[in-house]
Write a protein that binds this ligand. Structure first.
Ligand SMILES: [Zn+2]
Length: 580
């Protein structure tokens, strides 16, 4: 709470500096006018906007001055229907997210808020921010809506018949077909087939259309809606409406798609009841007032905030081999980035010693890692299909369970270089075009991690990293290693407990992130070659355990980055031959 001295100072300064005229501190009773905003202290005064005298009220809640003051226009419609004026006259003058306030200067904060408010009001009166209405159409509509429906339909420009599915009066779901809703729930369950359905129309308006939201005191009539729709329909959609509106019922729901100037579409619902003589948007008459319906979008484009290039991530097929510490994070990250077809391969069950390092924790104890991850992913994220093979990858390929060429991206997090070198050879020995492949692995005791990209039939592969078995000084040594040659890191060397250091999950997470980023960059073609990306950790524990780092570990992160293609060996026995 502001102390009395600060209150009086603010009052005096506002009066002296002429921000507001006839300033007064509001009596406590008047604060009830702003109930929803928890105002505990407020001052009111007059000023002139575009030649018109208006009353503004500046109120603060308990946390002021660590948050913005709230400014209200009294009465709310003093300047007509303009953008950014909400219920109780609350003026939305600034988005406070990411804003740093100087809480030492409450008066300064209030002055700043008033400046911004005046700007918003002036733009509103002059009409220069009219487009804000359309951008925030959803918010205005929500304010007048008395009912919510959940929509799973693709939001596009085609006027069409859609369905409202319901099992009771409370939850109503809108979709083109029941499979939209099944896809969201990642289920093939037939329970959803039991929902009853009735028809509605989806009517997308033209991109150039400008539609003003209704004022909460002045809702649209069915004539208003009809006019708005007809004014903003494309020729094709006008024809479709005539055709689809021929059959009509006494109650008709229409879902309007209103284009936002900033891109995308806002969906709003309008329920007409007591319809006689035809569809309410054609020749029909409506005897009841219409019901505005808030439409909550659950379609993938909306949930993933995507448009354009990111949409195609959902079409890629991704294989993840190895679902341990790194693989667990890889799978969840892939799901969160919008990959929707994921195949997991791993033979193991989750053991007690995995609990702290694995993303699933103890709830998956003794369960196959692949099925537990599938469940985790499908519960958390909609629209995903996860296929699992609890199998060894070599065996799965031999048994033809897995055909590598069916995937756009494969990520191997096996921690088994022998098998990975074999897979690497397989990828390059056939005439495969797919998949782009990422091998990823972790170094011991937190010294770092790596992700290497390789493309079938192109230079740069896992084999390029290895010294030949015939090398006299370093046979079969991974040249990217941060550990010096010739040390072994079996459990005997590290001690049984050492692989469970509390931070090793962070190393796994970091390595997984690097692998996923690399894979997605390759899929979206922002990475067009085959780099190795290595991150360097702290070597304290590693050195304390008596081990030595390699010369590569001594490179700076910048040097590691700039040398990311240097490992590529044109004479490589695996990727080199085909090009030589
Ligand atoms: Zn190679």
């Amino acid at each position: 709470m502001l102390d009395i001295e600060t209150q009086l100072n603010i009052f005096a300064e506002l009066t002296q500096q002429g921000y507001l005229d006839s300033v007064r501190i509001l009596p406590e009773n008047d604060l009830n006018n702003f109930k929803t905003h928890k105002i505990i202290w407020a001052i009111e005064g007059q000023l002139t906007i575009a030649g018109k005298g208006v009353t503004l009220c500046v109120g603060v809640d308990d946390s002021f001055p660590r948050c913005l003051p709230k400014v209200f226009l009294r009465p709310p419609d003093a300047l007509g229907f303009i953008p950014h004026i909400e219920d109780e006259g609350y003026i939305c003058y600034l988005d406070s997210e990411g804003l740093l306030l100087n809480s030492e200067d409450p008066f300064g904060i209030i002055c700043n808020a008033l400046d911004k408010t005046v700007d918003v009001l002036q733009k509103g009166v002059s009409g220069s921010n009219q487009l804000d209405f359309t951008n925030e159409f959803g918010a205005y509509w929500r304010r007048v809506s008395s009912k919510t429906l959940f929509a799973f339909l693709p939001v596009d420009n085609v006027l069409r018949k859609i369905f409202i599915y319901t099992n009771n009066k409370d939850t109503e779901l809108i979709a083109d077909k029941i499979s939209n809703i099944k896809a969201y729930s990642n289920t093939h369950s037939q329970n959803l087939d039991l929902l009853t359905k009735r028809t509605a129309l989806y009517i997308p308006l033209k991109d150039s259309g400008f539609v003003l939201p209704p004022d909460s005191n002045n809702l649209w009539s069915s004539q208003d809606v009809k006019m708005i729709v007809h004014k903003n329909l494309s020729e094709e959609n006008r024809r479709l409406l005539k055709y689809l509106g021929r059959k009509w019922k006494s109650e008709e729901l229409v879902v309007l798609g209103i284009p936002r100037p900033r891109g995308g579409m806002t969906l709003i619902g309008i329920l007409f009841s007591g319809v006689i003589g035809g569809h309410p948007l054609l020749s029909g008459r409506v005897t009841n007032s219409l019901v505005p319906v808030d439409i909550q979008r659950f379609d993938p484009d909306y949930l993933l905030h995507r448009g354009g290039s990111h949409t195609k991530l959902s079409n890629f097929r991704v294989l993840l081999v190895g679902c341990g510490a790194i693989g667990g994070y890889v799978s969840l990250s892939l799901a969160q980035t919008g990959i929707m077809h994921l195949t997991l391969v791993d033979p193991d069950v989750l053991k007690p010693e995995n609990i702290y390092r694995h993303v699933l924790g103890k709830k998956a104890l003794y369960q196959p890692k692949v099925t537990a991850l599938k469940e985790e992913i499908e519960t958390k994220y909609p629209y995903l299909s996860v296929t699992t093979y609890q199998a060894d990858i070599e065996q799965a390929i031999k048994d033809r369970l897995i055909d590598l060429s069916h995937f756009d991206l494969a990520i191997f997090a096996l921690g088994n270089p022998t098998v990975e070198l074999y897979i690497n050879q397989l990828l390059h020995s056939t005439q495969l075009k797919n998949p782009i492949t990422v091998f990823t692995w972790l170094e011991p005791l937190g010294i770092g991690g790596h992700a290497l990209l390789t493309r079938p039939n192109e230079l740069g592969c896992l084999q390029c990293l290895f010294t030949p078995a015939t090398a006299i000084d370093t046979p079969l040594y991974n040249k990217s290693s941060f550990a010096a040659y010739g040390q072994s890191f079996g459990k005997d060397d590290l001690g049984c407990g050492s692989s469970y250091t509390p931070y090793s999950f962070l190393d796994a997470q970091k390595t997984a992130e690097s692998a996923v980023r690399l894979g997605l960059n390759a899929l979206t073609e922002s990475e067009r070659s085959s780099p190795i990306l290595s991150w360097k950790g702290n070597d304290d524990d590693f050195v304390a355990a008596g081990f030595q780092v390699s010369p590569r570990y001594l490179l700076t992160p910048d040097q590691l980055h700039t040398s990311r293609y240097n490992y590529i060996n044109p004479q490589c026995s695996v990727c080199g031959e085909q090009h030589g």
